[in-house]
Design a protein around this ligand. Structure first.
Ligand code: ADP
Ligand code: XUL
Length: 559
């Protein structure tokens, strides 16, 4: 297989504008990480008063937003930090990035002019202060659009038909229902908007000094794009808001060049004027690139603010659960994914209540307690959950007369108010990953997977990874650094640079075959020394847990 080489002595810069932070990773032409930087929204930009990077609106049920200008100022700050670290910006051949999926940005009429005439003597914040028709961007954690979701599904022939076309049934956090809500409730704001960007294309727009297209992978997280045609679906656009197509602009493949870097960055930070900006994409699609996920049977688990589980397939079958997005690095492939809103923030909540706010104590409790938790099962929803669709609430059960045997069918469970702290910690971790395994199997993901590749902030925690290995019954690998989204963005910057040089798509595997795998897959955790009996016991308790989950869904319904 041909291997294409990247220009010697050049760098590739990748960002990740995520829920809690903005991260940057810089790779050299051998795809080795040479620098990284991070701006943590809550602590580095306290004037926005966010908690976990977001505002939870107590007056409107389920409304969760982030201040758009905080993301702009984070870009100013990260460049200050990168400048101080003496990074030679002139060596950067291409830049790309990743954005939290689904979040949207509303550019006011006239803002394209502001974008195209940015003055390098001023900060981005100063110049973009009045560029947005909505100051608070709806983000992926929002679940205030149930009414709009049902209306869109109805107008498009039902949830399954919408999933068949767009890759997902209507979800509250997806951008289409968010846009519909704005049009239905604030038509004047909708009408004063000239462009709607995703977080990813919004950041790319700043880098090229013009509105950037939305890429096919992140575009599929809007419930507006036909995933087979890779074009806006007329029927869904009509069901969402009038005149929407011109506000969304074009779609483009993730490996395409969005444009050359804007003169603002050339003059202010001394980028080379030929530096390319490759389309930005969503954080989960970028992780596909960062994790070198291309082997059938491999499953990726991302443990960031959200928990996600995803894999690559050539033959997706979109249904009522989960999502299908075009792969950002393979024009023929798709990624399929399940998403959980109760990821790291819920783990932090249990850590803070039960383990003195310390991951060390949290881990000590995990090590002290036995797998299967003596039959104690927990369901922990600090936020409205996506999968299963359950409202905020914690539910705890003890299986009576539990002996750890495989046959649980006859055994009854009893609901209790609390567990002792160590059991609460194990109940949470086992609960999260038993749920993930059950949904992944139901969704048709491999069981057991050949291997799991873990990423995201919590993948730094080996005690959590070792529970995942036992529950899924396979080896768990991690990447060199837990931020595969910004790493993947830097890899995609290099891939986009090569595709541009060759004048068309080339498989990303031609670029990284032996290079990135080595950079990337650095640690392997075995499934509890091959303890197959434990894996089977987990399968039995998972069945019991799924039964209880179904009853909870019947009783409490969706959020
Ligand atoms: P995002 O990209 O969604 O903003 P990250 O992938 O950066 O999030 O992950 C941040 C989360 O990582 C934090 O909320 C924190 O709870 C979690 N985290 C960091 N270190 C650990 C650890 N040692 N054990 C468990 N979780 C951790
Ligand atoms: C994916 C999703 C989350 C966000 C988090 O559908 O909602 O994983 O991308 O950044």
């Amino acid at each position: 297989m041909a291997e294409f080489s990247l220009p010697h002595d050049s760098y590739f810069l990748g960002f990740d504008s995520s829920t809690q932070s903005l991260k940057a990773t810089i790779l050299d032409s051998n795809l080795n990480i040479i620098a990284s930087e991070l701006i943590h929204f809550d602590s580095d930009l306290p004037r926005y008063k966010t908690k976990d990077g977001v505002y939870r609106d107590s007056s409107i049920n389920g409304r969760i937003v982030s201040p758009t200008l905080m993301w702009v100022e984070a870009l100013d700050l990260i460049f200050q930090k990168l400048s101080k670290s003496n990074l030679d910006f002139s060596k950067i051949a291409a830049v790309s990035g990743s954005g939290q999926q689904h979040g949207s940005v509303y550019w006011k009429i006239g803002s394209s002019k502001i974008l195209s005439s940015l003055d390098h003597k001023k900060s981005l914040l100063e110049q973009l202060e009045s560029a947005f028709s909505i100051k608070e961007s709806p983000i992926w954690m929002d679940c205030s659009t149930t009414v709009e979701c049902r209306a869109i599904e109805k107008a498009c022939g039902g949830a399954l038909e919408l999933a068949r076309v767009t890759g997902s049934r209507a979800y509250e956090r997806f951008t289409g229902s968010q846009i519909k809500k704005i049009f239905d409730h604030q038509p004047e704001i909708y009408n004063s908007t000239e462009r709607i960007s995703l977080v990813s294309s919004f950041m790319a727009s700043i880098f090229i000094g013009a509105y950037a297209a939305i890429d096919h992978s992140d575009g599929a997280g809007m419930n507006l794009m036909d995933i087979k045609e890779k074009a806006w679906s007329k029927i869904v656009l009509e069901a969402t808001a009038p005149g929407l197509e011109s506000k969304l602009g074009d779609l483009a493949p993730a490996y395409a060049v969005a444009g050359n870097i804007a003169s603002y960055f050339v003059e202010r930070y001394h980028f080379n004027k030929d530096c390319l900006v490759v389309q930005w994409s969503g954080d989960n699609p970028n992780s596909v690139a960062g994790l070198t996920l291309n082997i059938p049977g491999d499953l990726a688990i991302s443990l960031g603010t959200s928990d996600t589980v995803f894999m690559i397939t050539k033959d997706p079958n979109p249904g009522l659960e989960g999502h299908v997005f075009p792969s950002p690095v393979d024009a023929e492939a798709y990624m399929v994914m399940l998403v959980y809103k109760n990821g790291s923030l819920t783990r932090e909540d249990v850590r803070n209540r039960c383990a003195e706010k310390s991951w060390d104590i949290f881990n000590k409790f995990l090590q002290q307690t036995q797998p299967l938790n003596g039959g104690k099962l927990g369901f922990y929803y600090k936020e409205h959950e996506i999968l299963p669709p359950l409202p905020v609430g914690y539910h705890r059960y003890i299986i009576e007369n539990f002996s750890g045997a495989l046959d649980l069918d006859e055994l009854k469970e009893q609901e209790v108010d609390e567990f002792d702290p160590p059991s609460e910690v194990r109940g949470l971790i086992e609960g999260q990953f038993l749920s993930m395994r059950a949904h992944a199997e139901r969704f048709g993901m491999p069981s057991p997977p050949k291997r799991i590749i873990a990423t995201g902030g919590a993948s730094a925690n080996h005690c959590i990874l070792s529970s995942i290995a036992s529950i899924f019954g396979c080896d768990v690998y991690t990447v060199q650094r837990p931020d595969s989204a910004s790493l993947g963005a830097a890899v995609r910057a290099a891939h986009g640079w090569l595709c541009n040089k060759k004048g068309g798509f080339i498989p990303i595997s031609d670029m990284y075959m032996d290079k990135l795998e080595k950079t990337s897959l650095s640690c392997k955790l075995s499934a509890s020394s091959g303890d197959q009996e434990l894996v089977s016991k987990y399968a039995a308790i998972m069945k019991k847990r799924t039964e209880i989950e179904s009853r909870l869904v019947q009783k409490f319904g969706r959020c």
